[in-house]
Design a protein around this ligand. Structure first.
Ligand code: HEM
Length: 149
């Protein structure tokens, strides 16, 4: 019982961390061509990565580790399928910003010039991901209440 409560709490606490991180990354990317504040982008990107790992680990544990309503319930819940679909879109959208920021980190560490011309486009991708996270909250609360079961 305590484990279920603690994992549910952690799953929920990741939301302000993850949503805050992706908004900060988007804002950082939107302004990086002017202010060259790469450190802010890297820090937000780190927190976004940590949030993703915590969300997925606690979520899979809750859904398929027997802590909540059980695997069969979630696999038949339409809102859960939508929630996982939104997550897959967020992860697919993440491939480009993730690989680009990794490349920027390598250049910055070497002290060589970082080409940030694509930053405004990456900012738009990050804002879209933030919107999808908000849609996931709607799906998540529908799952918890069995609205579309
Ligand atoms: C692999 C990824 C994930 C899985 C398997 C998963 C699974 C779950 C499960 C099983 C619950 C409990 C539902 C219930 O009460 O029956 C839950 C609740 C919740 N999930 Fe996730 N989750 C995942 C990712 C996320 C992400 C990325 C978000 C961010 C928006 C999120 C937001 C929530 C929220 C807000 C709740 C609480 C809903 C409520 O009690 O009203 N989850 N999740």
């Amino acid at each position: 019982m305590t484990l279920r409560w603690l994992v549910a709490t952690l799953h929920l606490l990741v939301l302000p961390l993850g949503l805050g991180a992706i908004f900060t990354r988007a804002r950082g990317l939107a302004g990086v061509r002017q202010n060259h504040a790469l450190g802010r982008v890297f820090a937000a990107d780190n927190l976004w990565g940590i949030a993703a790992v915590l969300w997925i680990a606690t979520g899979l544990w809750r859904a398929f580790g027997g802590l909540e309503k059980g695997t069969a319930y979630y696999l038949h819940d339409h809102a859960f399928v939508v929630k996982m679909g939104l997550l897959i879109v967020i992860l697919l959208l993440e491939i480009w910003p993730m690989s680009t920021v990794i490349r920027w980190r390598i250049h910055a560490r070497r002290g060589s010039a970082v080409d940030v011309r694509v930053a405004p486009l990456l900012a738009r991708v990050s804002y879209a991901q933030a919107g999808l996270v908000i849609l996931m909250v709607f799906a998540a609360t529908a799952v918890a209440r069995g609205y579309f079961y």
